[in-house]
Design a protein around this ligand. Sequence first.
Ligand SMILES: Nc1nc2c(c(=O)[nH]1)N[C@H]1C(S)=C(S)[C@@H](COP(=O)(O)O)O[C@H]1N2
Ligand SMILES: [Mo]
Length: 332
Amino acid sequence: MNINKPDDIPRDEITEPAVYFNRRNFMRAAVLAGSVGVTAWAFEKFGTPTPQSSFAPPPPLLANFAPTSAPANQQVASGFRVDEPQTSYNDITNFNNFYEFSTDKNGVAELAQNFVSRPWTVTVGGLCAKPTKFDIDDLLKIFPSEERVYRARCVERWSMVVPWNGFSLSKLLDRVQPLSSAKYVAFQSVLDPAQMPGQKSDILPWPYVEGLRMDEAMHPLAILATGIYGRQLPPQDGAPIRLVTPWKYGFKGIKSIVKITLTDTEPPTTWNQANPPAYGFYANVNPNVDRPWPQDFEQRIGGDNHVPTLLFNGYTEQVASLYSGMDLSVNY
Ligand SMILES: Nc1nc2c(c(=O)[nH]1)N[C@H]1C(S)=C(S)[C@@H](COP(=O)(O)O)O[C@H]1N2
Ligand SMILES: [Mo]
């Protein structure tokens, strides 16, 4: 995220990541060429060499992974899979926004490498019949992770295509039996300044909080992600569990969740608190609404530098009905 005024954003900021990655991937590839152990899993699983972060080995394979059996065209039609080149594991795990660790996207992976996410409890409560505290490993057993290949679009105008593993948020909400009075879902990240150096600063109010309207939360595209590329979620991407709503800007995708609360009022959201005019509650990707800088183009990390941004990040067919009758330039 960026709290600068639009005028303060350096003109070349958007090209910087690509330059960085090309240089860094090259160096890593050279260093790792002799390190069979580190790269072997990538060859085995994906058939292509993916240089790994030099900070930490890739996390273990997800234990409870149920590869989707639906035909590919059906997955594409439902929005569960996008047929675009997937961003490399290396890029997904070394270019991060996670202000609890750092505001430096290239520095999060290193600062987060020793983050301990076990034991971990996700408390689900509020307006529901069966409030439950889930141990993360129980949660992973109850809900097998499926694969969802989603576009990811940050309001800073960079984007990726990420093969997430996770399960529908609706499954978790169904399990706690929401009351009819529940209209919104509030999410809270962990508060742990001992492990998260960024929380010792007041760059943002802590803990990070986010929210969805109930119908958005129940939409099949909204998932709780627990992995990437079939591996457990690395700390820098929000271990052990984070939200992914692919039709919304990345800042809705709250990381390292400890609390989910069903409420009857619109919950506060961190970036809205930090800069209300720039970041509304909905945060739907929209090339026609500047916030505050233009949103009509994006840079695909590791790919095309000038990709037109699509309304709802390309998920219009799946999600537009959630917003019928709403003025998207007002409810942004
Ligand atoms: N708790 C928390 N969640 C967060 C953030 C954060 O700083 N803290 N950054 C958000 C932003 S702005 C983006 S773009 C995505 C980035 O996710 P990624 O690093 O896995 O690509 O995480 C979102 N979730
Ligand atoms: Mo973002």
